[in-house]
Design a protein around this ligand. Structure first.
Ligand code: UGA
Length: 449
């Protein structure tokens, strides 16, 4: 998020200086190597660099002194209790206060619990030297991994939580090129599709912080709701895709984030849901509805494994192809990826795992060196007793299952993302299991469970 923010603000014409506690990351960026896979990020970083609008330094003091406005984009990982760990925010606040030689606007972009802004303001004040004053604002980010650059440059809304008019004005100036589409869009050839500018919402800092957690948690709720409907559909002989499609046509519900499957992963939803539950409990508000969504999500892997065991009976010694490791398509991020838990359980049961992913293999290797990795999915499928689809990469969407079926020892596919049609898999003679739809057991015979 930090690098995308930096790149897009530079693309919008601002002068950006980036710093990070990880000096290897800074060295890599200085060498022109982007340390994560995110579509279009390399292009806009290269053009910002060429235009002299972005630079990287391991020296935080240099970055702090050079800036009028500072965006804090550090991680806020979960503690064991689920509470957000704000130590990186605290560390950065002290650093800013100590190193600054002039007054600054300090903006929280990291996802933080409501009222963090007040603590940030207090920390900046407590460590400030020479009477330097800091203004604090909250500017939550709604970008998704995989489409982060596009989301930043074409936002649905820009939320700024401020305590004074001048901070609101400064943030409006920063975002003016994006609101007025005065940037060279790396996504669209030519001008971006026409449309009204995104609403620029000025709120209190507490509201801005709450907006971010409330939005992510609502989307997580929606996914878990769809997953329960999938379980119900399976038991009652309905088709979850038909149900959620029809539900989504009601504009009050909306069709997005109703995709049933292995559930939500990544470094945002699982941790933000936990942090929001923790926050609400700390102020005595009952958020059982969100706890239920979290429980449903944790059970998705159990549901998946019920299918795996039903189909394969014994896992020990079986050759299993795992298609997809990243927590979703178009990213190399494997943090809290459902696929990792799938791989772990397969290995625990003594299966031989052959995994394929477009971008996440290098990261997964460090966690599971005993897995056999293949860039080419057909290599992972060669001799497999089953294929387990965990991430909805396009390459898997368009996989030639007739060809795959000839390579596999057994034509068995367990689809954790409802990517394929049961009718097509029946035609190809596959045993096919997915969520909330007809399951095809051996010899293509249909069953409800
Ligand atoms: C999410 C939010 O969508 C962003 O708006 C937010 O800015 C970001 O978190 C953040 O807080 O930084 P992201 O985690 O990148 O973005 O990914 P999503 O596209 O939201 O997907 C999250 C998970 O939900 C993935 O594992 C995905 O497979 C799963 N999902 C999504 C479903 O299981 N079903 C769906 O219908 C949609």
């Amino acid at each position: 998020m930090g690098l995308v923010t930096a790149a897009c603000l530079a693309e919008a014409g601002h002068q950006v200086i980036c710093t990070d506690i990880d000096s290897h990351r800074i060295a890599s960026l200085n060498a022109g190597v982007v340390p994560i896979y995110e579509r279009n990020l390399d292009t806009i970083l290269a053009s910002a660099r060429k235009a002299g609008r972005i630079s990287y330094t391991p020296d935080a003091a240099e970055a702090i002194r050079a800036a009028e406005v500072i965006f804090i984009c550090v991680g806020t990982p979960p503690k064991d209790s689920g509470e957000a760990d704000l130590s990186a925010i605290d560390h950065v606040a002290r650093q800013i206060a100590k190193e600054a030689q002039s007054s600054k606007l300090v903006i929280e972009k990291s996802t933080v619990p409501a009222r963090t802004g007040l603590e940030l303001q207090r920390a900046l004040g407590a460590y400030s030297r020479n009477g330097i004053k800091f203004r604090v604002a909250s500017n939550p980010e709604f970008l998704r991994e995989g489409t982060a650059v596009s989301d930043f440059l074409h936002p649905d809304r820009i939320v700024v939580g401020v305590e004074d008019e001048s901070s609101a004005r400064q943030l409006r100036e920063i975002y003016a090129p994006i609101l007025e589409r005065r940037f060279h869009c790396p996504i669209h050839d030519g001008p971006c599709p026409p449309g009204p500018p995104a609403p620029f919402l000025v709120t209190t800092i507490n509201s801005a912080e709450l907006i971010k957690h409330a939005s992510n948690s609502f989307l997580a709720l929606k996914i878990s709701y769809a997953n329960v409907i999938a379980d119900l559909s399976e038991q009652l002989g309905a088709n979850v895709d038909e149900v959620t499609h029809a539900m989504g046509l009601d504009p009050r519900i909306g069709g997005q984030f109703l995709k049933a499957g292995l559930g939500f992963g990544g470094f945002c939803f699982p941790k933000d849901v936990q942090a929001f539950i923790h926050l609400s409990a700390s102020v005595g508000v009952d958020f059982s509805i969100l706890k239920a969504a979290e429980t449903v999500n944790k059970q998705r892997i159990d549901r998946f494994f019920e299918k795996v065991r039903k189909a394969l009976w014994v896992l020990k010694g079986k050759h299993i192809a795992v298609l997809g490791l990243a927590f979703k398509a178009n990213t190399d991020d494997i943090r809290f990826a459902p696929a990792l838990e799938v791989v772990k359980r397969l290995l625990d049961d003594g299966a031989q795992v052959h995994a394929s992913d477009q971008e996440a293999i290098d990261r997964a290797k460090t966690l599971f060196p005993q897995v056999h990795y293949h860039e080419d999915p057909y290599e992972a499928l060669k001799g497999a007793d089953a294929a387990l689809l965990c991430t909805e990469w396009d390459i898997f969407r368009t996989l030639d299952w007739a060809r795959a079926g000839k390579l596999m020892a057994r034509k068995l596919l367990i689809d954790g993302r409802n990517l394929y049609s049961p009718a097509l898999m029946r035609e190809l003679g596959f045993e096919y299991y997915s969520f909330g739809r007809e399951n095809l057991r051996s010899e293509g015979s249909a069953s409800k469970s």
